[in-house]
Design a protein around this ligand. Structure first.
Ligand SMILES: [Zn+2]
Length: 255
């Protein structure tokens, strides 16, 4: 996430060799075994990530979760067609360039770091009016946020009634309950406990309950399974990359 964007915003003299290297890698890995739905290129395999092989698109840098999320948006065209205004937290470059090209979509990026988004927003205190956005993308953000319940409440607040929010997080699908322990703060300990040095918890599928707390309707979509094994292999998707599809109810619940 931020690493990719930061690299792209590196000084020009550092970017040019990176672009040439990327070009060379794309040629070296030309093939038809795997395909990236985000940029449309096919390869013999994807680039390895630090902890797993065959993960990252040579062309656009999309990881499994970004390929899964783009496929979800493609297979549900009514989402973007009806969105009007879409707010994208911690925008991934590969998705940003596709979303900016969607006709009629008012697309804005947001990040706590002003270099990484058009709007500098603290997700736990979003400086936008109630009900002011139609749709929000929030992928691999909440696991970094100490008060994720505040963030979820804020996301629900800024959504207009009937608006949608797609959430993805690193998910331990075998875990019964989300694990957090505020005493675990050292990067190495967080790496061991929560899978990455800057994660503050490890989510289980019960994240759906946290998302429901401010009144959102939440569906846990087992998206990779829904696509089936052939597409999962073709696009190299991970079984745990579930999409939590949230909707702010159009009318307040009675009582
Ligand atoms: Zn790609």
């Amino acid at each position: 996430m931020p690493t990719t964007i930061a690299n792209l915003r590196a000084p020009l003299h550092k970017r040019v060799p990176a672009a040439l290297q990327r070009r060379a890698a794309m040629l070296r890995h030309r093939g038809a075994t795997v395909a990236c739905p985000v940029c449309g290129h096919a390869f013999d395999r994807f680039k390895d990530d630090w902890n797993r092989p065959n993960a990252i698109c040579w062309r656009c840098g999309a990881h499994e979760r970004q390929r899964a999320l783009w496929l979800y948006l493609e297979r549900h065209p009514e989402l973007l067609a009806g969105a009007g205004e879409l707010l994208h937290f911690a925008p991934e470059w590969c998705l940003e360039r596709r979303l900016r090209a969607v006709p009629g979509l008012r697309y804005r990026t947001a990040d706590l770091d002003p270099r990484l988004g058009e709007l500098q927003l603290d997700i736990t205190e979003i400086a936008l009016p109630d009900g002011s956005v139609d749709a929000v993308l929030c992928s691999h953000v909440l696991e970094h946020i100490e008060d994720d319940r505040a963030a979820i409440a804020e996301l629900a607040r800024v959504l207009r009634p009937g608006g949608w929010l797609l959430v993805m997080v690193p998910l331990d699908v075998d875990r019964a309950a989300t694990w957090e322990d505020p005493s675990i703060v050292a990067p190495a300990e967080r790496q061991r406990a929560f899978w990455q040095y800057d994660h503050v918890r490890l989510y289980a599928p019960d994240i759906a309950e946290r998302l429901r707390a401010p009144g959102l309707q939440v569906e846990r979509v087992r998206w990779t399974r829904a696509l089936g094994p052939a597409l999962a292999a073709r696009h190299r998707l991970l079984d745990a990359d579930d999409v939590f599809h949230c909707v702010r109810p159009a009318a307040a619940a009675p009582g």
